[in-house]
Write a protein that binds this ligand. Sequence first.
Ligand SMILES: [Ca+2]
Ligand SMILES: [Ca+2]
Length: 673
Amino acid sequence: MFFSLNKMRVFAVTAMAIGLGWPFLTSGQTVIASIDMGYTPLPSLEGYLLPGYDFYDSDDDPLDDSQNKHGTVQTQIIASKATTEEVNIIPLKITGPNKQSSGKIVNAAVKYATGLSETRVIVKSAGTQCRSKTYMRISNAGKVFILPAGNHSSTKPVSEANVVSQMEGRGVVVGALDENNKIAPYSNRAGSLLDFYIMAPGFSSFTSVKGTSFATSHVAALAAQILARAPELSAEEVVDIIFRSAKDAGAPGADDVYGRGIIDPSAALGPLGEIVLIDDPTESEDPTETEDPTESEDPTESGGSAGAGALIVGGAVALAILQGGDLLNKAIVVDEYNRVFTANILKKISYRGMFNNAEKAFLEMFDWFANRDEKESNHLKSGLNNFSIESIGLMPGPSYSLGINRIPYGFFNEHRENNISLRLGNPNDYLRDQIMGFDDHGIFGSYNTIDAFGTKWSLMGSKVVPEGKYGLDSYSLKIKRKREGERLNVGISLGTLNEVGNLLGGSSGGALSVEESSTLSIGIEADYHIHKNYILRGSYINGFTFVEPTKKSIVNSSSLLMSDSFLIEGIFNNLIDKKDRLTLSISQPLNAYSGNLNLKVPNRVKAKGEILYSEGAINFGRNYASYNYNLMYVSKLNDYSDFGVRVNIFDLKLNKNLSDNNGLLSMVYSLRF
Ligand SMILES: [Ca+2]
Ligand SMILES: [Ca+2]
């Protein structure tokens, strides 16, 4: 397989990992003007401070001479929350050694701060109140203004804070949390300023003193981090991001105690709202004009679909794409605030979901990332707890069987915790193992009968529920000739599978989704009776997949994709006693081995709203292999039931990408009727 793409360059920005690991593109520092009690030069503050001013002493040395080093602590908290690349602080001192201050002094400091063009955030956390009119200058200059709620255990913030309600979304009043993440007893509540009020820790490791003014430093640092990554954001957007990403606390929604809730830096620095993949504005070609492989031959019109094995074409293709590398490592997506993030599609490629386009896929992917830890642990847990009840079909003769099955394997789905499938039919069918990887709510049905000439006919179909989840629709028809007493029995199977918006979505989470794909599968199988009790069975299925890309998919165009799978199985009846069966098998899930996809991945931003794309071709070759090893031992309990165990060992590349869950031990209980 070869893989090529345009050299990716990120425009004047550096990708950096932050917080929860959101690769964000950052551009520069945010300057915060801190109107407080000055600062003390400390090694930990090195690189954070810009020249400030002492408005109390009217000198250019805002040295913190307060007893509890209030201003120093403020800067220390900011410095502990943001890097020197993200924030610089201009300390503006407005108090004397005993915290004395005056409206006049504060007025001067606020005016000064407002006039600093590079300053985007102003936090005023000490000193007397100045006139609202002066504070309004800050807002009118398009800066974020942050004030403490005050420390009087009051039901509302200090009156000074009322000004934020007039700031058209650019002002924030901050209440303090205690160590238990509850509102601190001393903190003033949100009161009628609930829409402008947010909570942050009022304590720190730098002092035993607590208060809402220390809480403002957390909010200021967060505002700075948001702006450092997206300097083009307006002040009201920054404030909106802080509020919108906050964790609700207290009564549901904005309330008069916790206001908008508790700041959540990880959420604020991750994508918010609808994720948009803007269509390439330079795009002139219409993807539908490219060669359309489904034009001449549309398998969906030939009457339904289904090669059961074809169900995992997506997985096979996704696996091949996994090796595609860089193109999918650094996709760029844009959130509702036009903030730009890099997203590693590979991290999500093993997630199943229903998506119609890449946009939805990315949305879902972000959600997945946000809850990744939780889901991964669930995944492992479910891997250990799988329990299977399934039916073992009767041979020969007309057979039906019924069972409830939580299929114990499947390497795509992370929601297995809840998976129960109702399976109708004969799961001992030779196709069964090759359905592996498709482990969700589904109905499978089969009818097997033997005609007067001794030929066994099997009809098998499958349908996925709940409706539309995967956009999969598959049916297969199998004709198998089998006569008692003959050593060799040969059968063929035909199937079609239709996947809507989901060929690669099935395994990629939809980031690679295509409009529609259709797979036609042709299979052969043979049973060879080595001995009346020992049977060697083999099958081979070849799948032909036709893909219809979408405009919003990163799959730009596709050739016919070829895939195949095989199974070799040994069946040993009456091995230990006269009522047991041992089955050993090795199978290869459907694997793409030929064809190519042309991908187009957004990878850099030229200007606001304008995204450039990288294109790359992935040619599939058989350069990887995945296997499933299966051992099942079942013994008859009585005329109506069997009991046994099954061991599955997976050597599946996609599975490895997803979790450590590479083997399963499950119990088998079957009822026959
Ligand atoms: Ca001074
Ligand atoms: Ca609330």
